[in-house]
Write a protein that binds this ligand. Structure first.
Ligand SMILES: Nc1ncnc2c1ncn2[C@@H]1O[C@H](COP(=O)(O)OP(=O)(O)OP(=O)(O)O)[C@@H](O)[C@H]1O
Ligand SMILES: [Mg+2]
Length: 259
């Protein structure tokens, strides 16, 4: 699918905007401000999605929310990721970006952990009116399990398909998807996935949604049978978000095939 809405969707990884090794939420405000500034020079339609980092994963892990319903765990995890969302939205606003927080809990339901219904009307109108919606990894009500964890890595491809995004980027803490020698793999497709999948691990920090393996799988599924490309790149490096937004090839490209 080629989109015609000129929409960019960009994820700020939790490993960039938080101290992901902390046991509880620690926001890296300088990094968030830097990313917000880079985003502020982009004038096209954009959605920002951010990961939960230390605001979501440790709580979700503590309450075993991937496997079990737990009301207290749900409330605390949602509250925690909401706080991170406010920090990101505030930074964007202070940089002159008209951004508004949109909680995944309020616009998605899941069935067995996968988004099965959504309410995106407000996002459509925000985009028409020049507002940047800022979504995030969250706890979401699940029709079978009661609660599930929806990662930013699941939200991003869902929105990219639903809204026909043209440019899709995931900024994380490595120079792309790294091979066994620590070098970024230029292109991952459904054709070479089996050859490189041994290199893909979970996260070095607590991450209940699959780390790099989860990310690549979500993006390959999104691209399957479509002419879409997503980029995984290092958003810790100054200027990389701007490079991505300017249309440069960056990090690891993910697409259905190399043709
Ligand atoms: N082949 C690989 N290449 C790069 N990173 C890898 C690889 N295998 C495993 N990883 C790990 O995956 C991590 C990235 O996934 P992670 O989910 O932690 O990032 P994130 O998206 O920034 O965070 P969040 O999920 O909180 O948004 C890297 O920091 C690294 O520890
Ligand atoms: Mg993750």
């Amino acid at each position: 699918m080629t989109g015609n809405s000129q929409l960019t969707i960009l994820k700020f990884g939790g490993s960039v905007i938080t101290d992901k090794n902390a046991d509880e939420g620690v926001a890296l405000k300088d990094e968030i401000n830097r990313l917000a500034k880079e985003v502020s020079s982009y004038k096209g339609k954009m959605i920002v999605v951010h990961g939960a980092g230390s605001f979501g994963h440790p709580l979700a892990h503590r309450y075993s929310l991937v496997d079990n319903f737990n009301a207290e765990g749900l409330v605390l995890t949602h509250r925690s990721v909401e706080i991170l969302n406010s920090v990101v939205v505030d930074a964007l606003n202070e940089s002159g970006v008209m951004a508004a927080g949109v909680h995944s809990m309020d616009c998605f339901t899941t069935t067995d952990g996968r988004i099965s219904s959504s309410f995106l009307d407000p996002i459509h109108i925000m985009l028409e009116k020049g507002i940047v919606p800022v979504l995030h990894g969250d706890v979401v009500m699940d029709t079978t399990k009661g609660v599930s964890i929806v990662s930013g890595d699941q939200v991003l491809p869902y929105l990219a398909l639903a809204l026909e995004a043209d440019r899709i980027g995931l900024g994380s803490a490595e120079d792309g998807v790294l091979d066994e020698n620590g070098k970024p793999i230029p292109l991952i497709t459904n054709d070479n996935f089996d050859d490189i999948k041994a290199c893909l691990g979970g996260s070095a920090s607590t991450d209940v949604t699959g780390g790099m393996f989860g990310k690549v799988r979500e993006l390959l599924d999104m691209c399957h049978g479509r002419s879409m490309t997503a980029y995984i790149f290092n958003a810790k490096i100054d200027g990389n978000v701007l490079n991505f937004l300017s249309g440069k090839e960056i990090g690891t490209a993910i697409s259905d095939s190399s043709e």
